[in-house]
Design a protein around this ligand. Sequence first.
Ligand SMILES: N[C@@H](CCC(=O)N[C@@H](CS)C(=O)NCC(=O)O)C(=O)O
Length: 222
Amino acid sequence: MAPIKVFTAPTPNAHKIVAALEELGLEYEVQPVAIFQGEQFSDEYKKVNPTGRIPAIIDEDGPGGEPITVCETGAILLYLVQKTGKLLPTDPRKRCEALQWLFAVVTGIAISVREFAHYTMFAAEMCADPYPTQRYVGETERVLAVLEEHLKDGKEYIAGGEFSIVDIAMYVWVAAMIQRRGKIQSSKTGEEYVNITAWAQKLARNHPSFDKAVAACEPPPP
Ligand SMILES: N[C@@H](CCC(=O)N[C@@H](CS)C(=O)NCC(=O)O)C(=O)O
């Protein structure tokens, strides 16, 4: 069976998909896309993902044994669940809870964290107006406080009481923040988010897939 081709760059969104493939034990082959050189907008890549974003996957053994291309991390994660029947609770209530969190992470929390990083780190000197920075710092603060409260009492997983694609989708952003800032903390008070930290540390210890994903997405040497 042909390995799943996964289009990557060294970013949390790519780590998310490679970590899921690792967790599921699916064979995959990484196809790096040089997003800082604009390769995501090449005619060739736009045949894979017309929106010019990584990651994307091509599974030669898709539904009905036919090839399928899937873009958007939420859709890719759900495709992998559909393919394997793993990494999402099967109990209907737990599944609903997990899907609710998945969409909150992919469409909301991840965007806040990404824009927070953009305005405080990558574009810090390019934006004279304080509004975007204030908005994303404030929004990131708000959503991380919600997650911090949710993970209290030593909760091991975000949803449904089991490890799922929701933990994978959130972990990659938390890990990126911890890597860049040393710890995950409130920008207002400087206080560490202890519940998020404990959840992330436990995941990192028990799931080597995350480190493997980061290594697999490293850009090829020039
Ligand atoms: N909603 C998309 C977001 C993907 C995304 O933002 N990818 C970034 C890398 S993390 C990208 O391709 N950036 C290239 C660019 O902005 O031109 C998803 O979840 O797949």
